[in-house]
Design a binder for this molecule. Structure first.
Ligand code: FAD
Length: 289
């Protein structure tokens, strides 16, 4: 949609079946600002609407909705991806509950002479300590799993894959979305009781051009372990979440996070950075101070 708007197309419509945009990455409250931005740029964004059918009428495509229809010059479908595992299944390899090829910690399939990497491979999250099976299908994890398998093939299976922190990032209409770990919906699906706080901050001093960022941090109620970070903001937002990923993946306790310094100079950051401020709010909300 952004590409079409930038190229001067009018009447761009986005139809999203879930009740908010980027549902795998963002909670509804964190998606709200992004949705405002998308609409402000002239896109007719409709959430919570499921497409019934698409048909051709003359030169037009007609998208049938539960109520009414949208007529368009063309329709672009983007409804998700899933691995094609027919070959793996036919070869007798195990397919995991997420639909990816199941692997052991060395990324070997059920046949130890066959490894699986990348989008087709089921992995596990390293965020909760419970290793839920997941299928990230993203390049950051794919690159690392591929390199690890190369080492295991070369040296013999001795390097274990730690699992994924579920990182995600995208730039849309001038806003950066960067996240890792669990959304509220995923935590609920896994039956995890979590505490989450939202916080607003800046990525450098505003008078020196620093942009704003909104952050949400989620922790397990029982232990305080940080299991999810969502951030929407200006340039620098991804860097902030990259820092969070290490903490989330390694299970760094929040009170340690709160005392972990960042690089500071007025044009680069603020001395007490936005992520640390959000973690402090979390500590208060969870009663861990
Ligand atoms: C439009 C788009 C945008 C994306 N943007 C991002 C992003 O911003 N950030 C991010 O983290 N991830 C992104 N991804 C996901 C990322 O590209 C994938 O996670 C990554 O490429 C997966 O790597 P892979 O090696 O597992 O599979 P692929 O990159 O899909 O490589 C598999 C290769 O196998 C080949 N192949 C298939 N079948 C056979 C066969 N029978 N014999 C021989 N070769 C075969 C294919 O041609 C292909 O070249 C994006 C994906 C898409 C489609």
């Amino acid at each position: 949609a952004e590409g079409l708007v930038e190229r001067g197309f009018e009447g761009v419509t986005v139809i999203e079946g879930e009740d908010h945009v980027l549902p795998r990455a963002l909670d509804p409250d964190m998606a709200a600002g992004l949705e405002d931005r998308i609409r402000d740029r002239g896109v007719d964004l409709r959430t919570g609407v499921r497409v019934r059918a698409v048909r051709t009428e003359g030169a037009e495509k007609v998208v049938a909705l539960p109520e009414g229809e949208v007529r368009a010059d063309f329709v672009l479908l983007a409804t998700g991806v899933r691995p094609r595992v027919e070959l793996a299944r036919a070869a007798g390899l195990e397919i995991g509950p997420t639909g990816g090829v199941a692997v052991d910690p060395f990324l070997r399939t059920r046949d130890p002479s066959v490894y699986a990497v990348g989008d087709c491979m089921e992995t596990w999250e390293r965020v909760t300590g419970q290793r839920h099976p997941v299928l990230p299908m993203l390049a950051s994890h794919t690159n690392r799993s591929g390199r690890l398998v190369a080492r295991n093939i070369h040296h013999g299976p001795r390097f274990e894959y730690p699992g994924t922190c579920l990182p995600f990032g995208i730039e849309l209409f001038g806003l950066t979305v960067a996240t890792c770990g669990l959304t509220g919906a995923l935590a609920e699906r896994w039956g995890l009781d979590t505490v989450a706080v939202r916080s607003r901050g800046v990525l450098a001093k505003p008078q020196l051009g620093g942009s704003r960022v909104e952050i949400k941090v989620r922790a397990l109620r029982a232990t305080g372990r940080v299991v999810g970070v969502q951030a929407v903001g200006g340039p620098g937002t991804a860097r902030l979440v990259d820092r969070a990923i290490l903490a989330v993946g390694e299970g760094v306790p929040p009170h340690r996070l709160s005392l972990t310094e960042t690089v500071y100079s007025p044009t680069l950051n603020v001395a007490y950075d936005a992520f640390t401020q959000a973690v402090d709010r979390l500590l208060l909300a969870g009663g861990w101070f």
